[in-house]
Design a protein around this ligand. Structure first.
Ligand code: ASP
Length: 308
């Protein structure tokens, strides 16, 4: 399997190799100087992921096939598989897919002969967000091993929580979860702590949005900030060097006090900036892995995807 579907498929050294490649791209422009097409198949809303993929693709010199499911043959009942095969047939060299199904990639996997990158799978996986979060943490502390990290919020419905919890543990972080009643996920085998304990002991506080679109009934949020969110009072209790992450979009005043969104500890907009370079590195890695480019001098992350 050589698609980029989950950070779980990567070995530790492969993860770091992609992070280093992303750092290189920040300072060293890279352009493939070859006509290659990338199709962005987003079946769910997206601002940051889609736009940073587009910026990353333009920086690499890729031609972009921009797809809008609401004006496509999906409305005539076309499946994800037939849509993906169509893009493969017309000459796309790379597919970026976001879909509301938790396991959409099972429909494609070994039936598609061009690389596929997971840009979000239901509430299950968001590996490119995870990689940019890892880069942001790594930049800050120079390591991930031994850091205390807490993921706070709607754990049950968040693909970011799942991807990050497993990847951070793999890299040696001490991962905790924190959730309001009903937002816990018993399938995730990580210790739960309260928000008040979390802010005092953790180096990294990753906040999550309440995933209203994945709930049957809209959650009541009027006292959420005070009971479970990052208030200014809690922020003052954080360790000196501790940082705040959030994958965004942010519900200001719900999971975080609006004044903290751009406070000194916040790396929220840094995460977005890092997303461009991480996505460049991931695309280059899969294109190289598939032999679509042979660009070993331009980047370090060659042959990094596990062949499992
Ligand atoms: N943008 C992230 C995602 O697509 C987080 C969120 O939507 O809350 O999962």
């Amino acid at each position: 399997m050589r698609h980029f579907l989950s950070v779980n498929q990567l070995r530790v050294e492969e993860i770091y190799s992609i992070l280093e490649t992303a750092e290189d791209y920040r300072n060293k422009p890279v352009n493939l100087n070859k006509q290659l097409f990338a199709a962005n198949l987003f079946f769910e809303p997206s601002t940051r992921t889609k736009m940073s993929f587009i910026v990353a693709q333009r920086k690499l010199g890729l031609e972009i096939l921009d797809f809008h499911s609401e004006s496509s043959s999906v409305l005539k009942g076309e499946s994800l598989y037939d849509t993906a095969r169509t893009f493969e047939s017309i000459g796309s060299n790379l597919l970026i897919v976001r879909h509301h199904s938790d396991s959409w990639f099972e429909e494609l996997d070994d039936r598609i002969s061009i690389p596929v990158i997971n840009a979000g799978a239901g509430k299950e996986e968001h590996p490119t967000q995870c990689m940019l979060d890892l880069l942001t943490i790594y930049q800050e502390f120079g390591t991930i091993e031994g850091l205390k990290v807490v993921i706070v919020g709607d754990i049950k419905h968040s693909r970011v929580a799942r991807s990050n919890a497993f990847a951070l543990r793999k890299l040696g972080a001490d991962v905790h979860l924190c959730a309001a009643p009903g937002f816990e996920d018993d399938e995730l085998d990580f210790p739960y702590i309260s928000i008040d304990e979390a802010v005092e002991i953790c180096d990294v506080v990753i906040l999550l949005r309440i995933q209203h679109e994945r709930h049957l009934h809209k959650a009541e949020t009027s006292d959420y900030l005070q009971l479970y969110g990052l208030t200014k009072e809690r922020e003052r209790k954080m360790k000196n060097q501790a940082i705040i992450l959030h994958p965004a979009p942010i519900n200001r005043g719900v999971e975080i006090d609006t004044d903290l969104v751009e406070c000194g500890r916040s790396r929220i907009f840094k995460q977005m900036e890092n997303g461009v370079f991480v996505r460049m590195a991931i695309m280059m890695t899969v294109l190289n892995e598939w032999g679509i480019i042979n660009n070993e001098n331009n980047f370090k992350a060659c042959k990094t995807l596990a062949a499992n």
